[in-house]
Design a binder for this molecule. Structure first.
Ligand code: ZN
Length: 214
């Protein structure tokens, strides 16, 4: 049983049919199959795309969102009104910004979408989609984050962190198993995955230089 908020509970009804164990039809919400001469219509569990509503992450939730990817949870075009944060100085009011979702390569100035970064319109906070799904390390961006004054620095630090890179490698591996091996070749995500691999290589070089590897 998953603990993310299900939108639709599983249910079924039975009708007579003569075939056995044949998957007939699937779509986003309904699967119809024939079992033991009966047609079974199952409404598949789906989960809230708003990452701020995920209470905990079960294996079912992991599998669902690894297949679904983060696009439906990023909310880059939101107006970010619910992210308003008033700091100690009442004149200092900050919001989340769509600019946070774009990474600019420090050497080439190439821009890429931070597909791992998601915004919750419900609570106005940001999360790392990959770490929220797959990491046991509880960093700010795995939990929730809304310190907009320091967001750029925190995001850059997070995407270079070992826990994020380890979770990303697990995500890639699980995506392959889920039949999404071609994600690396999707045009809009090529720069993102290349930057991930570059940072993995950087970390390996750093560890090797400090005799912490091999
Ligand atoms: Zn992360």
């Amino acid at each position: 049983m998953n603990n993310a908020v299900p939108l639709v509970k599983s249910q079924s009804h039975l009708e007579p049919n003569n075939n056995i164990d044949t998957l007939l039809h699937t779509n986003a919400m309904v699967a119809v199959k024939q079992i033991n001469n009966q047609t079974v219509e199952e409404h598949q569990d789906t989960y809230q795309t708003d990452i701020g509503l995920w209470k905990s992450v079960s294996k079912d939730v992991q599998e669902y969102f690894i297949r679904k990817e983060s696009a439906g949870s990023q909310n880059i075009t939101d107006n970010f009104e619910s992210s308003k944060r008033v700091y100690d100085n009442p004149n200092q009011i900050c919001y989340c910004s769509s600019a946070l979702f774009t990474r600019i390569h420090p050497l080439t100035n190439e821009k890429s979408n931070r597909t791992w970064l998601c915004y919750s319109p419900t609570n106005g906070k940001i999360y790392c989609f990959i770490c929220k799904l797959l990491s046991s390390t509880q960093t700010d961006l795995c939990q929730e984050f809304n310190d907009w004054k320091n967001a750029n620095r925190a995001i850059e630090k997070h995407e270079k962190s070992l826990c994020h890179l380890a979770a990303t490698l697990t995500y890639i591996k699980r995506s392959r198993l889920a039949g999404r091996f071609n994600i690396i070749h999707k045009g809009g995500q090529t720069n993102f995955w290349r930057s991930v691999l570059e940072r993995v290589v950087d970390v390996i070089k750093l560890l090797a230089a400090k005799d912490l590897l091999f």
